[in-house]
Ligand binder design. Structure first.
Ligand code: UD1
Length: 417
């Protein structure tokens, strides 16, 4: 079991390129199942979640290989429609394979990811929509047996909530359905637009991705394509938080600042100075942060739930009280218990966390229990006095590419043991 050792209060400086977005890469990898040929994904991050998706692709009969920072997937040989439980459990987003495998083979057999780390993750919206598209789905003991022997048929799908995963699953399933599919109340995250861009490069006809209504005209089949994955806006927010708690100035390269529309004002409110030009973002933090007042997580373009934990960690150091309202997932404050061990003052009740900033946090032995919670602990450890030992590093590796190396290149004292 690896752990991270962090000696806090070291200034960071310099420039860092932001990795490709995990939440784009995973659905795009699932979508490659539909492309009957080779797809080249540039700027694809090297993450354990990406490895898990490649494991599923290989099991299904695809070839997957790394060429530098590109991932090359050849889906010509797909010859299976089932995904074993052990592969499904490795990544929670594997459910997006459901629409892809069903659309490609007319059949899909898989168990949905068990366990839960940030709250229940139901898939009712996915299943309802796929049934509307004509799939017959049998659910038994947590496993799904789906058939669409005569193919899927375009229809109108109205989502009761703009679920990111459901929007992706429906989009992927609908691209080769007969007729037109319209998704209303669709998720508008940049990763949805990125998935649509990849699919359209493969010959799909998707209109309106990034807006609340997405229209998909079915095409008979897709070919492979080259695509560059967008930068990871959550990794950008995490690195900005690292700079914020250490009073540092940092330049992030390759950022799409419009993807951070709801995040940048929160940093500015806390006293950070931000300058954006040509894909570079420079953040200069004050000596001590000010409180962030109220941060409410919302579907995009609102404040992202995935950036809540990193920003909350930064708020622990701020002067004054910050309030967080988590509206997307039920159980997303688990890391606060560990931050409290480090001296933070946080009270949580249901959706709300009240953070009273303290002048100092102190290094401690803490354990991560989910991906963004792990990032929050790294941020807190960077700002804290003394040494911290963070276990549960495997969570971090699901979403951050060599974070300890990146931070140590920027001047942090951090190493993996
Ligand atoms: C994706 C992201 C995750 C991010 C989340 C919200 C990936 C791989 N993961 O997760 O990092 O935190 O979006 O931005 O892209 N829901 C249902 N029924 C469903 C589907 C969802 O009730 O069928 C609920 C969920 O329990 C949750 C809310 O809808 O409360 C949002 O979930 P969703 O947008 O689907 O998140 P994911 O796609 O799982």
């Amino acid at each position: 079991m690896s752990r991270l050792l962090v000696k806090g209060r070291q200034k960071l400086s310099g420039e860092v390129s932001v990795q490709g977005a995990k939440n784009s890469a995973l659905p795009i990898l699932a979508a490659t199942v539909l492309a009957k040929g080779e797809s080249v994904l540039y700027h694809c991050p090297a993450l354990s979640d990406v490895d898990a998706s490649c494991g599923i692709l290989r099991y299904l009969g695809c070839k997957a290989r790394r060429e530098g920072e590109a991932l090359v997937i050849d889906s010509a040989g797909v010859d299976r429609a089932d995904i074993p439980d052990a592969l499904m459990r490795k990544t929670r987003s594997s459910i997006v394979f459901l629409g892809a495998v069903l659309a490609r083979t007319g059949r899909a057999k898989l168990c949905f990811p068990g366990g839960c780390e940030i709250g229940p993750r139901p898939i009712d919206m996915h299943l309802r929509a796929l049934r509307q598209l004509g799939a017959e789905i049998r659910e038994r003991h947590g496993c799904l047996d789906c058939r669409a022997p005569y193919g899927l048929k375009g229809c109108r799908v109205a989502l009761s909530f703009p679920s990111v995963g459901a929007t992706e699953d429906i989009m992927i399933a609908a691209v080769t359905a007969s007729g037109t599919t319209t998704i209303t109340n669709a998720a508008r995250e940049p990763e949805i637009t990125d998935l649509a861009d990849y699919l359209n490069r493969c010959g799909a006809r998707i209109y309106g991705a990034g807006e609340g209504v997405i229209v998909i005209d079915g095409v008979p089949s897709l070919h492979g394509a080259a695509h560059t994955i967008i930068p990871d806006r959550i990794v950008a927010a995490t690195l900005m938080s690292c700079a914020a708690v250490t009073g540092s100035a940092l330049t992030l390269r390759g950022v799409v600042s419009s993807h951070l529309g709801a995040v940048l004002p929160v940093f500015e409110e806390s006293g950070c100075h931000i300058r954006v030009s040509d894909g570079d973002l420079r953040l200069t933090a004050p000596q001590r942060l000010r409180s962030m007042r109220v941060v409410r997580t919302m579907p995009y373009p609102g404040f992202p739930t995935d950036a809540q934990a990193p920003l909350l960690a930064a708020a622990c150091f701020a002067e004054g009280t910050s309030v967080f309202v988590e509206n997307i997932f039920e159980n997303r404050y688990r890391h606060t218990a560990e931050l409290i061990r480090m001296g933070a003052s946080i009270k949580t009740e249901g959706k709300v966390a009240v953070v009273e900033g303290v002048p100092r946090l102190y290094g401690a032995s803490v354990e991560a229990t989910d991906l963004r919670g792990a990032a929050a602990l790294v941020i807190a450890a960077l700002g804290a006095e003394g040494q911290s030992e963070i276990s549960g590093v495997r969570y971090l590796e699901r979403g951050y590419e060599r974070l300890e190396q990146t931070l140590s290149d920027l001047g942090a004292e951090i190493r993996k043991v």
